[in-house]
Design a protein around this ligand. Structure first.
Ligand code: NAD
Length: 488
């Protein structure tokens, strides 16, 4: 039976394989109906204005904060991540929701522009108008934080939404929809449709005005291709192969501690997680000793250091990357080719990994890390940039952090810290190359969910009219003369 024909699908606890609940597998007709309802409610949502929408979003922020423990239970159950990690993720998402609600008016308000001397009798303004209905498609690894980057900013900008959560975390999506309904002044502002990948396809083929997609690069390309047929814009937040660069003057102990967390937390299932380390030879032994000792203290399990692979098929990818590196001559500092014990993966750190290994070239999305020594920071930058991805990066150096950061082809860089940009609501989040395009978060994240409308109007009539068939010879001479005067 095709997945489109299935009426329901089950969600699982990935740590035990236990079936939790079944959810509707929305088909094209279901999705089209949800999108039609979102279109019907968009004018009323826009009519509330920034202040009216802020009131609703503030109420939602408070409700999520109040029931955070309940949501964290659900996130932990569906993803397998430790409860405290789920709570951290939700806290960051709440921060973004509150920021978007508070700042939408400031960053989206109309701006007057100078009409120029030739058009001095006109006034000119640029408005930012919401698209209408935004289709949001989410992944499972941070099922609250990642879609909220699109949902919060898009709602604050005045769009209504149809959200398709990952098939691995449908309950989290339904919870978000249900709590929004509790504070909503009327229905269909934020609508959740559950389903398998076919539901995602249906959403891209529906009458939405924009797609905000977070997930793998492979799927993003399909989403972009479908959107291109309808000429609708997309924002694509995809995978990464983020490097950690450690210079000889770095605080090596701290770099090791933070790089380890960036690589292993959430079982390595973080788009902006550390996958590769390039460390200066002068401090490499110290770094390797430090990170190795700390990594041996980590243990996967339920509510342990980190949980299982949420998506069982990822275990094959992780195993194949480890095997490929081993076959090409990599050494193991921690773990080995036997690290994968489904559904968990032991921490695995590989040394001297050939640059053509899949552990270096492809997103592994597991608790693994490669460490390669470099002679200088030029080599570190060159190798860091030699990837098809360009999402985030972390740089460790007391003196050269800014210089190294400025040479990286990446959407986000954290200096002497890791992934700090994700929690700072004022900075945009997103990547380049195969990591996607467009931005969520910050003023740019609000801009992403609006289109520009230039509005000009006549302030006073002038005797010389240009935009008419009645234009005189005198007017023509005036235009030529003025242009020469202004631009000689
Ligand atoms: P995925 O691409 O398999 O699925 C993402 C979503 O797309 C799911 O809801 C899925 O049902 C849907 N989908 C699948 N096929 C579709 C299609 N043809 N058309 C429309 N929708 C479709 O990704 P995933 O496994 O859920 O997530 C993991 C990936 O997400 C990793 O690559 C990770 O790096 C990336 N990610 C990126 C960010 C970021 O902000 N850059 C954040 C989190 C995760």
């Amino acid at each position: 039976m095709s997945t489109q024909a299935l009426l329901e699908f089950p969600s699982h606890n990935p740590a035990t394989g236990e079936v939790l609940t079944s959810y509707p597998n929305a088909n094209q007709a279901d999705v089209d109906a949800a999108v039609a309802r979102a279109h019907a409610s968009k004018q009323a949502w826009q009519a509330l204005g920034f202040k009216g929408r802020k009131k609703v979003l503030d109420k939602w922020t408070s409700l999520i904060s109040e029931r955070m423990g309940e949501l964290a239970d659900l996130v932990a159950l569906e993803t397998g991540k430790p409860h405290s990690d789920a709570a951290l993720e939700i806290s960051l998402a709440i921060g973004h929701l509150a920021w978007a609600a508070k700042h939408a008016e400031k960053y989206l308000a109309p701006v007057n522009r100078n009409p120029g001397l030739l058009m001095a009798n006109m006034k000119a303004r640029v408005e930012r108008a919401p698209y209408g209905v935004v289709g949001v498609i989410g992944p499972w690894n941070y099922p609250v934080f990642t879609p909220m980057g699109s949902i919060a900013y898009s709602l604050a900008a005045g769009n209504t939404i149809v959200f398709k959560p990952s098939e691995y975390t449908p309950g989290v999506g339904v919870w978000l929809g249900a709590t929004f309904a509790e504070v909503a002044p009327f229905p269909d502002i934020f609508h959740v449709v559950t389903g398998l990948s076919t539901t995602g396809v249906a959403l891209t083929q529906s009458a939405v005005d924009k797609i905000a997609f977070t997930g793998s690069t492979r799927t993003a390309k399909k989403v972009a291709a479908t959107a291109a047929e309808r000429m609708i814009p997309v924002v694509l937040e995809c995978g990464g192969k983020d490097p950690v660069i450690i210079d000889r003057d770095a605080n090596v102990k701290k770099a090791a501690e933070y790089a380890l967390w960036m690589a292993m937390s959430n079982a390595g299932q973080t788009c902006i997680g550390a996958e590769r380390v390039y460390v200066h030879t002068a401090v490499a032994d110290e770094f390797i000793r430090e990170i190795g000792a700390m990594a041996r203290e980590l243990h996967p399990g339920v509510n342990k250091s980190y949980g299982p692979a949420t998506m069982p098929s990822q275990l094959n990818v992780i195993q194949s990357h480890i095997d490929d590196a081993a076959a090409k001559g990599a050494k193991f500092l921690v773990g080995g080719t036997d690290s994968v014990h489904a559904p968990f993966v032991e921490p695995t750190i590989m040394l001297d990994v050939p640059e053509d290994s899949t552990a270096i070239t492809e997103e592994t999305f597991g608790p693994t890390l490669t460490i390669n020594r470099v002679a200088d920071m030029e080599e570190a930058v060159r190798l860091s940039n030699a990837t098809r991805y360009g999402l985030g990066a972390s740089v460790w150096s007391k003196r050269n952090g800014e210089k190294i950061a400025s040479q990286l082809i990446a959407g986000m860089v954290s200096i002497n810290s890791v992934i700090g940009f994700a929690g700072i609501a004022t900075v945009p989040f997103g990547g380049v190359k195969d990591s996607g395009y467009g931005r969520i978060h910050g003023p740019e994240g609000l801009h992403e969910f609006t289109y520009l409308r230039s509005v000009v109007s006549e302030r006073f009539a002038i005797p010389i009219a240009f935009t008419t068939f009645k234009r005189t010879k005198f007017a023509d001479r005036m235009i030529t003369g003025l242009t020469r005067l202004l631009h000689k």
